[in-house]
Design a protein around this ligand. Structure first.
Ligand SMILES: Nc1ncnc2c1ncn2[C@@H]1O[C@H](COP(=O)(O)OP(=O)(O)OP(=O)(O)O)[C@@H](O)[C@H]1O
Length: 315
């Protein structure tokens, strides 16, 4: 397959601006703005019902925005010539026609994308479906096999952009690792990947950029490093209140946690210096890192989630 990748050009990405979708009086997607850049995997993260699927459907022209724009490669999806040659989408792997075989499903996708039989074979191989499995009806596929088939369908047009809604759903650990590698390679070759998930851990392992959404609104976005840093520093001390006061006096934000420690926006070094100056004992000092991101995700989306894992967090 030949691949013309303009990589780095302003149009070679997903640009979402003030995108909104209302259903009656309910706003499913509420004024979201973000960009997915080429050469990177962008994780679109949010709890159930946050609006991820609705936003992605708007990106590929399946749902009409109430207002705002969703551009892929500089144009609305529907304005792209042969869209599936530019954008591979997998939105609902369970929606595939149950009566068709995997190969028939891909043959159709190949025709739509102006590709041939050899591309079907290549796509099957790329997603690890054997020719024997490809002859079986999709109705008899496991969820993981459907995800692989969906991914093959998304890849068949040899697109520059992938829009994938919960692609890891139903994959076993080896399958998840395989998919991670595939998407990372795709991005490393200059492609743009936007993938949604409600699991931070899953996204954290693969995405370089993160967009967090809760109740239709973006609650945080940035590079993974930026957001990890925003998780702050965790500190344990016999005099948490005294240390908290000292940190706040120095202009840092402080949160006393139910775990019996304190989270602050200060760096570990800033905490150590302040503790030394105030002659306060510190018994533990560490960067919150991934757990900080998890906590931030739960807190930011707590009001929007059905259950909150952030209980007991005191300001
Ligand atoms: N066609 C529709 N009519 C009315 N409400 C809708 C429609 N489509 C989506 N919604 C509502 O919009 C909200 C966002 O749904 P969406 O499927 O986009 O969330 P999600 O983040 O993808 O969730 P999940 O992780 O559970 O898949 C939900 O409350 C949903 O019920």
């Amino acid at each position: 397959m030949s691949r013309a990748r303009p990589g780095g050009e302003p149009g070679d990405m997903i640009q979402i601006e003030n995108l909104t979708r209302r259903y009656g009086g309910f706003t499913a997607v509420d004024d979201i703005t973000f960009t997915a850049r080429p050469g990177r995997v962008t994780g679109f993260l949010g709890p159930n019902g946050a609006g991820k699927s609705t936003a992605m459907r708007m990106m590929v022209g399946l749902t009409t925005p109430s207002s705002g724009t969703a551009l892929v490669l500089g144009r609305p999806y529907r304005a792209l010539p042969t869209p599936t040659r530019h954008v591979g989408a997998m939105l609902d792997a369970t929606a595939q026609h149950a009566g068709r075989t995997g190969r028939e499903t891909l043959n159709l996708a190949a025709v739509m994308a102006g590709r041939g039989r050899r591309d079907v074979d290549a796509a099957l191989e790329r997603v690890g479906l054997t020719s024997r499995e490809a002859e079986r009806r999709v109705g008899n596929y496991s969820l993981g096999m459907r995800q692989r088939l969906g991914l093959a369908g998304a890849l068949i047009g040899d697109p520059q952009v992938l829009v994938l809604d919960e692609p890891a759903n139903g994959l076993d650990p080896a399958g998840i690792r395989w998919m991670r590698g595939l998407l990372r390679d795709f991005a490393a070759e200059g492609g743009t990947v936007l993938l949604s998930s409600h699991l931070l851990h899953e996204v954290e392992q693969i995405a370089q950029d993160l967009v967090m959404i809760g109740r239709g609104r973006i609650v945080a976005q940035g590079t993974k490093e930026e957001l990890l840093q925003a998780g702050g520093t965790l500190v344990r001390s016999p005099d948490l209140a005294g240390l908290g006061t000292a940190l706040e006096r120095d202009g840092h934000e402080v949160t006393l946690r139910a775990e019996g420690d304190l989270r602050t926006t200060a760096t570990a070094e800033e905490v150590a210096r302040l503790a030394l100056a105030a002659q306060l004992l510190v018994t533990e000092l560490r960067t919150a890192g991934g757990s900080g991101l998890e906590e931030m995700f739960l807190q930011l989306t707590a009001a929007d989630a059905r259950e909150t894992g952030a209980e007991g967090v005191a300001a």
